[in-house]
Design a protein around this ligand. Structure first.
Ligand code: PHE
Length: 370
């Protein structure tokens, strides 16, 4: 075979190689250690100087053209592979965006988050207790022994099970048992809020058999009624996002507080654009056109309760309060039927619900609407 035919044959086969592996085996066949072109180069050493002068340039030219052809074919194959990859990996930017997540945060959850945020800023931790409670924690330890008339006012749901410590297990009628559980578990000092579900056998537009309360409890040395009033004022101003919240403390009675105070908040009557009058919180209820609305129960923790919770009432005192979370939500966000809270009607939830992105924070506001 002449060098020329060897060359043209090699170039033809290189041009026909259709992938990187085929090209590589051709490179080995021609230019590898045992390759045919390499073998030709080795013959140069044994040639006479005259022959070498004739054959040398031809053999070197052959090697060069094979090398060039291999490089060219490789570049062509690489370019084709890239083009194919680009064509296969297109991203269709006209596709619709993924659907926004459905659902909303229930106003009760939102308000509970708001409460936690506000009270955390005042140094309160969040505590919880069981919804299925024993008689002792729900009543007796709160200074309501078995024959106490206040028990009758609680419309209690009783469970068939007997409770440790006497009586029956109940669905807790208020969050106050968490007071007792916190004092027993952590001793003094204490600063907690305890939000959660409570149950009473009662049902109309403003009462549902299950509703939500938040309990507040502060225990320490020298705690007095002034601390209670400041705490409630600071909380309600932050919660309703207005400085003109005015409170009125009225003497009242709860077995577990002494003295007990019922807290009213001043409101003004404004006529809405729909012609209906609305109560708007703010200002003193004694001004003309204003009134007082009962908001929550509170008082200094009864020393008997402190004692039954294992603490020494001569060493530590405290205050407690309890307020309806659903009621707070209704007042702040303008719903008027409590039953709708628990109907699970998606239209109501869509209207009154909050975006999961709308996290209450003191800096951004604890009441931003979705
Ligand atoms: N537990 C009371 C209720 O449910 C509210 C309350 C809590 C009153 C704490 C005083 C102190 O009505």
């Amino acid at each position: 075979m002449t060098i020329e035919t060897m060359g043209s044959e090699a170039l033809a086969r290189i041009a026909a190689a259709d992938d990187a592996a085929a090209l590589e085996s051709l490179r080995v066949e021609f230019l590898g250690k045992q390759g045919s072109v390499s073998a030709l180069l080795k013959t140069l050493g044994k040639m006479s100087p005259e022959d070498r002068q004739v054959e040398g340039p031809k053999i070197h030219a052959l090697r060069e053209s094979v090398q060039n052809a291999l490089a060219e074919r490789k570049a062509a194959l690489d370019a084709a592979a890239l083009a194919q990859k680009l064509a296969a990996e297109t991203l269709d930017l006209t596709l619709p965006a993924p659907e926004v997540p459905q659902g909303s945060v229930h106003p009760v959850s939102q308000v509970m988050d708001e409460l936690a945020e506000i009270f955390a800023d005042m140094g309160f931790a969040v505590a919880t207790g069981p919804e299925i409670e024993d008689d002792w924690h729900n009543f007796t330890a709160l200074n309501m022994p078995e024959s106490h008339p206040a028990r009758a006012m609680h419309d209690t749901f009783y469970l068939p099970d007997e409770a440790p410590g006497g009586g029956r297990m109940v669905l807790r009628t208020h969050t106050s048992p968490v007071q007792v559980r916190s004092m027993k578990a952590q001793g003094a000092p204490i600063r907690i809020i305890a939000p959660g579900r409570v149950y009473r056998s009662d049902s109309d537009a403003t009462h549902t058999p299950m509703f939500h309360q938040v309990e507040g409890l502060v225990i320490g040395e020298g705690i007095h009624l002034g601390h209670l009033k400041w705490t409630l004022e600071t909380f309600l101003k932050a919660f309703f996002e207005r400085e003109d919240i005015v409170l009125r403390l009225r003497p009242s009675y709860f077995p577990f507080t002494e003295p007990s105070v019922e807290v009213d908040v001043g409101f003004a009557i404004e006529s809405g654009s729909d012609g209906k009058d609305r109560r708007v919180l703010g200002g003193s209820g004694d001004e003309p056109g204003h009134g007082w609305m009962e908001l929550l129960g509170s008082g200094m923790v009864n020393r008997r309760v402190i004692e039954m919770s294992g603490l020494d009432p001569d060493k530590c005192q405290g205050f407690a309060f309890g307020v309806g979370v659903d009621r707070l939500a209704m007042l702040k966000y303008g719903m008027d039927d409590l039953r709708a809270f628990f109907d699970g009607d998606v239209r109501w939830l869509r209207h009154y619900g909050f975006s999961h992105l709308d996290q209450p924070t003191l800096s951004a506001g604890v009441g931003a609407r979705a």
